[in-house]
Design a protein around this ligand. Structure first.
Ligand SMILES: [Fe+2]
Length: 444
């Protein structure tokens, strides 16, 4: 039982891959920031989000710090702005009042930094320091930009006004997917010590032994969640944890974020367009507390992140942990709804090619899935390349989400990837599926 040992790629292949993933991230950043006018770029659309123009220049500043200065050893482009774009110095609510680069300056800045990065990429050898081995720093920066692109997409979802983004609808359901899947007891390798672009919180790979459990074959859908709402789920404290009920009450929650009553039913506002709920689409924009309450109402619980990851990686034939539910192959549009190709989760059953060998569907893409696990370092964790990447967020305050959403790029999505957020947050593209312990009669 081993983790996948990934071969180092020849430098020219790695250079092409890095250029492609950096280019894809930048195309997306440009699309998300050119979709609105300058007033919209500098405006704060929600106190929990940055102005879009902050995200743009922050992406460039991180790229400058790690690639231009650290990896490349080059002179700073703009050392005078480091402090403005340090996410730990200024909370999001304070960022609009900072003397930020304007839209034109920010665009020029990120383009200048990128030119320098491509210049140094030409001659670099991917060996020596751990930061540059296998192109790690470049992969980290591509993932960072895509993570901010997803955050910017969430900002777009929060902004008011006419729609400015469009995309084809996701594919329809191709197969019926209902019920639950039994995952047999036994150990599996969780995390990775060998995936070259895995981030510090995914490391090291380690054995985790789980008892048998049962996991929903698909994420909880709008129709299923609506049954909880219609059954008075939001007015019944017994389904909620103490902190969950207090938050539900003080925030006045009565449905997922962006749901609105529409005559006798419910509709959903999505990137400026209002439409009836799609019944077989995974529910999105629910917080951890809501997911936990639904699971209790359904007589189940949320999976731990180990349970989620075993379902998404463990191959029952070889016993090996793979990169994705379908194997080690990078995601294609047939496997999963990733990369903002669509602006919505796909209905359950839309990605049969992406199912796990045991028949668990849509673990990757569509919606981030809340797990019951607090965000912690794995046994043997070491912070790399800096403590603020992950370690400062460890502890009981944050819960782990897994699997990526329709707004997550494949470079920042794999079955070991860990996202985290506060239990009250629901501006992210978050849904969930339920789990339960296997009954004795189910495990034979
Ligand atoms: Fe960042």
């Amino acid at each position: 039982m081993t983790d996948l040992r990934q071969q180092s790629q020849p430098p020219e292949v790695l250079r092409d891959r890095i250029a492609a993933v950096l280019g894809r991230a930048r195309d997306r950043s440009i699309l998300l920031t050119e979709a609105v006018d300058d007033d919209d770029l500098v405006r704060q659309h929600s106190p929990i989000m940055s102005p879009l123009v902050w995200d743009l220049a922050h992406v460039g500043n991180q790229e400058e710090l790690w690639l231009v200065r650290d990896v490349g050893g080059r002179e700073p482009v703009r050392h005078d702005i480091d402090e403005l774009y340090d996410a730990f110095k200024h909370p999001r609510k304070d960022r609009p009042a900072l003397p930020l680069l304007g839209p034109g300056e920010a665009r020029t800045y990120v383009a200048t930094v990128r030119d320098k990065v491509f210049d140094l990429l030409d001659g670099i050898r991917f060996d020596g320091r751990r930061l540059v081995a296998d192109g790690f720093a470049f992969g980290m920066i591509a993932q960072h930009e895509q993570q901010h692109d997803e955050t910017m997409l969430a900002t777009h979802q929060l902004r008011t006004g006419p729609p400015v983004l469009s995309a084809p609808p996701p594919p329809a359901a191709a197969v019926p997917v209902t019920g639950e899947v039994l995952i047999p007891a036994g150990p599996f390798v969780m995390g990775s010590s060998t995936d070259p672009w895995a981030l510090d919180n995914e490391r090291p790979g380690h054995l985790v032994d789980l008892p048998a459990y049962v996991l929903d074959a698909a994420p909880v859908t709008n129709a299923e969640y609506l049954a909880f709402v219609a059954d008075g789920g939001y007015t019944e404290p017994r389904w909620w944890s103490g902190p969950g009920w207090r938050h539900r009450s003080s925030a006045g929650l009565s449905a997922p974020m962006h749901w609105r009553r529409d005559g006798t039913g419910w509709g959903y506002r999505r990137f400026g367009r209002f439409a009836p709920l799609v019944p077989d689409e995974p529910v999105v924009h629910v917080g951890y507390h809501e997911a936990e309450a639904y699971a209790a109402w359904a007589g189940k619980r949320l999976p731990t992140e180990a349970e989620w990851e075993k379902a998404a990686r463990w191959d029952p034939v070889s016993g090996r942990s793979r990169r994705y539910p379908w194997g080690d192959q990078d995601p294609t549009p047939e496997h999963a709804n990733l990369g903002q190709r669509h602006l919505a989760p796909a209905p359950v059953g839309a990605y049969p090619a992406g199912a796990s060998p045991l028949g668990v569907h849509q673990l990757i893409g569509d919606v981030w899935e809340w797990t019951s696990s607090p965000f912690q370092g794995y046994p043997g964790f070491t912070a790399f390349p800096y403590r603020e990447y992950s370690e400062v967020f460890f502890g009981p305050d944050h819960r782990v989400l897994r699997g990526g959403s329709f707004g997550t790029d494949p470079v920042a999505c794999r079955s070991t990837f860990r996202n985290w957020d506060l239990p009250i947050r629901r501006q992210i593209f978050s849904g969930f599926r339920c789990a339960r312990y296997a009954r004795p009669d189910e495990v034979g």
